[in-house]
Write a protein that binds this ligand. Structure first.
Ligand code: GLU
Length: 310
């Protein structure tokens, strides 16, 4: 049994990321489970130099701790996705051997033109499956002779159902709402969807506490957990922190990092209190120590309070 927090070092954590980290930490501590810290630095072009160290420093400043991680090691090392390529490659080969992935040469324009229903998916039109068919794939490849393949997972006609610990019952049809999704990108990098499942599976993660923006990825990940024979963890999709105009905080918009708070001389307890208050764990905004926070909660209470926030 273990939980994890898996930040991407694409910039300093903003208050919303820190709140999710706090919730992952609380879940693990209240469940008496180890917590693993994993750096999701798979998307190398988006990794910012120094960001990994900054993240570790900020989490420590807040008082959070973990039992395994890039700075302290552990039995499931390495804890950086950039060092786990052999593991991803091995699983990719397994999918390939079982004919569960295929190369795709479609351009973005091809997909847009071929998709009969260009709605439905948050990340663009559902892939219409053109390159599933070897003859059509050959024709597309001929049109783009210099294009390197992306590799797509062949989704079955199947609806994934799961009980999110916070959001409740979820259901997503892989063929109608998701489509064949990318497992390996044209630049050779493995996709987040594959890496996260291999990592969680190999690290024996039983509880995934993360932001609700990843709810839409969960059905794909459950499909991969099941195909690869890993136990499916419980998912706790926690509310995202919103700014004054009601939109979610984003690293790209330069949302609040801890530095602003540190410069104002705020203590970790003040920031912990703010994070806890904004997600309904305490009734008034006040400084609170992590010990007091843990002592005032149980796992059920944490869950109830998060459910009440929806
Ligand atoms: N690395 C992702 C992020 O920072 C989280 C992925 C996950 O928790 O599954 O948003």
């Amino acid at each position: 049994m273990s939980g994890r927090y898996a930040p991407s070092p694409s910039g300093p954590l903003h208050l919303g990321n820190l709140r999710t980290a706090l919730l992952a930490w609380l879940q693990a501590r209240l469940a008496n489970q180890p917590l693993i810290l994993r750096m999701e630095d798979l998307d190398l072009p988006r990794v910012k130099p120094g960001s990994r160290e900054q993240i570790l420093k900020d989490l420590r400043w807040l008082g959070l701790d973990w039992d395994e991680g890039p700075d302290i090691g552990g039995p499931s090392a390495p804890y950086e996705q950039s060092a786990r390529n052999p593991q991803y490659q091995q699983v990719f080969q397994q999918l390939l051997d079982n004919d569960l992935v295929y190369p795709c040469y479609c351009s973005r324009k091809d997909i847009q033109q071929a998709a009969s229903a260009p709605h439905a998916h948050e990340y663009g039109p559902i892939y219409p499956g053109t390159c599933r068919d070897p003859a059509r794939r050959a024709a597309i490849k001929q049109r783009h002779p210099d294009k390197t393949a992306t590799w797509r997972y062949r989704v079955p006609r199947h609806t994934i159902e799961f009980e999110d610990r916070i959001i409740g019952h979820m259901s997503q049809s892989l063929d109608r709402e998701v489509g064949d999704f990318v497992i390996k990108r044209a630049d050779g990098l493995f996709a987040y969807q594959l890496a996260v499942v291999v990592d969680d599976g190999m690290m024996g993660i039983t509880d995934v506490v993360r932001g609700a923006d990843l709810l839409d990825s969960t059905a794909r990940q459950i499909e991969l957990f099941e195909t690869l024979g890993y136990p499916v963890p419980s998912f706790w999709h926690v509310p995202l922190m919103l700014n004054d105009t009601g939109t979610r905080l984003s690293k790209r918009d330069g949302a609040d990092s801890l530095d602003i708070w540190k410069q104002q001389g705020k203590s970790p307890e003040v920031v912990l209190g703010l994070l806890a208050f904004t997600v309904g764990l305490i009734d008034e905004e006040r400084a609170i120590s992590k010990l007091e926070l843990v002592q005032g909660l149980t796992l059920d209470l944490l869950r109830d309070k998060l459910i009440n926030r929806l």
